[in-house]
Design a protein around this ligand. Structure first.
Ligand code: FES
Ligand code: FES
Length: 163
């Protein structure tokens, strides 16, 4: 069990398989708890109004905008962030596909995109469904989406899937 330096009312949650007790004020956002309380800065924040998708994490397996969720709403929940995707210190196959297909440039949108695609893969969506359902909820100012689409197609075809 790990603790965090923020102040407020104690909550307990699991993040990427690690149990935390954290203190959060009523107004503390989940994105702020992750970034400032737990030091998990892979979850990015931009618009802070639910539009860009950069702050997307999984809560009990469901994708959520962590800028729109209060930290205390995650009390007792299982949270997954981009830091939890690597396997044995190596990029996960989906991350590898993004790299190989140039699915990122500045990388600001990438953690949110990866978490949305992780949900889509687990939910059994097809590649085309993943493109439609996930990418419409994530703003990328760099890639024009072509590289991200190529990475999705590559990964869903199994070229980047685990052996
Ligand atoms: S920062 Fe949360 S949706 Fe943009
Ligand atoms: S890679 Fe820069 S915003 Fe998407």
């Amino acid at each position: 069990m790990r603790t965090t330096p923020m102040s407020g009312t104690p909550i307990s949650l699991s993040v990427n398989g690690t149990a935390y007790t954290a203190e959060a004020e009523d107004r503390t956002l989940l994105s702020d708890l992750l970034r400032h309380g737990l030091g998990l800065t892979g979850t990015h924040v931009a618009c802070e109004q639910g539009v860009c998708g950069a702050c997307t994490v999984l809560v009990d397996g469901e994708p959520v905008r962590s800028c729109l969720m209060l930290a205390r709403q995650a009390d007792g929940c299982r949270v997954e962030t981009v830091e939890g995707l690597a396997e044995d210190g190596r990029p996960a196959p989906l991350q590898q596909a993004m790299t190989e297909e140039h699915g990122l440039q500045c990388g600001f949108c990438t953690p949110g995109v990866l978490m949305g695609l992780t949900y889509a893969e687990r939910a059994g969506l097809s590649a085309e469904e993943a493109v439609t359902e996930v990418l419409r909820g994530h703003l990328c100012r760099c890639t024009g989406y072509a590289g991200i689409r190529a990475a999705i197609e590559r990964h869903w075809q199994g070229e980047g899937a685990p052996a």
